[in-house]
Design a protein around this ligand. Sequence first.
Ligand code: SF4
Length: 281
Amino acid sequence: MVMDFKEGDIKIKRIQSASSINTFKQCPRKYFYSYVLELPTSDNIYQVRGNIAHSALEHFFSINTNHIDEHNYEKHLKVAMQELLVFHWRAEKERLDKLKLPEDKIQHYFEDTLHMLIAWVDLFCRKIRSAKKSFKEAFAYLTPIAEQHFISRKFGVQGFIDAIEIQDGKTRVMDYKTSSSSELTDEYLLQLSIYTLLYHEKYGKFPDEVGLYLLRHGEKTIKADEKLLKLAEKECLEIHRRTLSDDIEDYPLNPGPLCKWSTGQCDFYNICFKNKKINEF
Ligand code: SF4
């Protein structure tokens, strides 16, 4: 989204996101190709299965709980999640086929994704048990507000928040992650700080916590406070200041392990290192 307006003291060229800011921090040249030139990027299995897992989780809360047995809900919820995964996996068949991965690799990623989602259902069932309500009441109580788009025109940043949970008078802003990381990395911290800013600007108050469902490892949350808000403000000001230019020379290459790895390479590797022309892209 490219625009050219001034808001307060910030000159905003385009609306940013946690992803665009993290891309710039990783490699300014990659940011230039992705967000200034808007060159197309290719899918990879991690993106596709991440999208599929998000769809399954989002639709999980729309399942009909009327026919689910109060004493056997755990098994029903796991079957429902498996069915949702199969449905959304099939819906993305075209994208999966384009990856041209061997059948056994695709099967491996399907099973790996199922394993993560079932681990999340286990966590959810523990919450149902501790809610001390009937199954149906607990399910409704634990259902979050899903997939909300937030935008701050003041700081020129936006985000799609996966889940806003309001329980026991507390509000948590949560995101689902399928990556293997078990820690709140700097990239995740930046994302959570931006969600804090977006929520704070929209509602005029902090959520109690922001956090992640690291689907392989459980959940991690941190307090949403002034410090997190200031981090987001600082990063937003910095990215706008450093991305006003359309000159490639203002976006240096940052060669490193994310240029090329054992199973793939950056979308722009051939431009950076193999003399491929941008207009051939
Ligand atoms: S190949 Fe490396 S240097 Fe080039 S854009 Fe990608 S990450 Fe940056």
